[in-house]
Design a protein around this ligand. Structure first.
Ligand code: G3I
Length: 321
């Protein structure tokens, strides 16, 4: 049973993977990614971000994002758009522009509506959902002090959601973040934001839980946090799952990683409103982890040679738990 087949059997909409444009020249990798038995959804890891799509004001480049959208279309896979408004991977003209509130609001509106579509018909047809706002909070639950919050205030989130809804009425609109998978200040901040947006009538459909975890210490209150959000009528999704370890990997670490993957998937499986799972690339060959966390890696369910690890069976077991 493949990962997507298991997810489907469990009543989920998809199991999927992030990918990135440089990897699409690797034919063995693309063959694995295109196996719809494992992956019924893909997310562009970088090519729909602001620096890639609007490198200078009003000039939009869609070639990278289009390549990922075309692959999804060819394979019959869903697309998760990622992302519209984020503090990171912003071009300098946004961060250093010193725009006043009204101007930055107009920039955000234009960016979100255009990235969503304009003439990008394939995004409209294949986007299941979009991470409209990514990582709005610090780990202590305070607002991140980025250019959007500093200039526009809390209202930038509703503004971005409304622009996205106007551009693509069919896509599910998400806020996506990490370290909200356990109860605590950051999860509470996200819950309060979600409540406030819903009370205002802002077009929010879902919350994405990134789930960048560490072997042996996956969150224990994940399922109850998911339930707090679905109780508001929102859907939830695991959007960037990986579970890293200190290298080198050993049979014991790989066995623990299998258990960890199974437990994370089981938490989603137990919550009806948890609609899908995306891993942040499927192979260690292209994982973001080693370049960010020195000495750590082996976070994905396939190894660097595209061979399945025990984690693969852990994921399947999670969907049958
Ligand atoms: O595009 C340049 C290239 O021109 C240059 O030669 C090269 C040299 O380092 O860098 C390239 O940019 C890199 C970019 O990925 C594209 O490959 C950046 O250095 C690198 O920092 C960037 O990393 C990405 C990271 O987001 C940036 O924050 C990862 O690939 C991407 O997987 C990661 O994804 C994020 C999610 O969007 C949000 N959640 C966390 C997740 C992991 O950090």
């Amino acid at each position: 049973v493949g990962l997507a087949a298991a997810a489907k059997a469990a009543g989920k909409k998809y199991f999927g993977s992030a990918t990135d444009n440089p990897e699409l020249t690797d034919t063995a990798y693309v063959a694995g990614l295109s196996n719809v038995n494992d992956f019924m959804q893909i997310t562009p890891g970088n090519s729909m971000k602001w620096d890639a799509t609007e490198p200078s004001r009003g000039t939009f480049t869609f070639s990278g994002g289009d390549a990922v959208a075309s692959l999804a279309q060819k394979n019959g896979q869903l697309l998760r758009g990622h992302n519209c408004v984020w503090h990171n991977q912003l071009p300098n003209w946004v961060t250093a522009g010193n725009f006043d509130n009204a101007t930055l609001q107009s920039i955000v509106t234009t960016h979100c509506s255009t990235v969503y579509v304009a003439t990008r018909i394939n995004y409209i047809l294949y986007s299941y959902s979009w991470d409209v706002v990514n990582e709005p909070f610090n780990d202590d639950g305070t607002w991140r002090d980025d250019v959007f919050h500093t200039t526009i205030g809390d209202g930038y989130v509703a503004l971005a959601l409304k622009a996205a809804r106007a551009a693509d009425p069919a896509a599910k609109l998400y806020i996506n973040d990490y370290n909200i998978e356990n109860t605590g200040a950051k999860a509470t901040a996200m819950l309060n934001l979600a409540k406030s947006l819903l009370a205002q009538g802002a077009p929010l459909d879902g919350i994405g839980f990134q789930c960048h975890f560490i072997v042996g210490s996956v969150p224990t209150s994940f399922q109850s946090v998911l339930e707090q959000f679905t109780a508001l009528g929102l859907e939830v999704a695991i959007t960037e799952l990986d579970i890293r370890m200190t290298l080198p990997s050993t049979p014991a670490l790989l066995a623990q990683q299998k258990t960890d993957y199974q437990n994370v998937i089981a938490a989603c499986n137990n919550v009806k409103g948890c609609i899908g799972v995306t891993i942040w690339d499927y192979t260690d060959k292209y994982s973001w982890v080693p370049s960010t966390f020195s000495g750590q890696g082996a976070a994905c369910p396939w190894d660097e040679n595209l061979v399945k690890k025990p984690a693969y069976d852990g994921i399947v077991a999670g969907f049958f738990s």
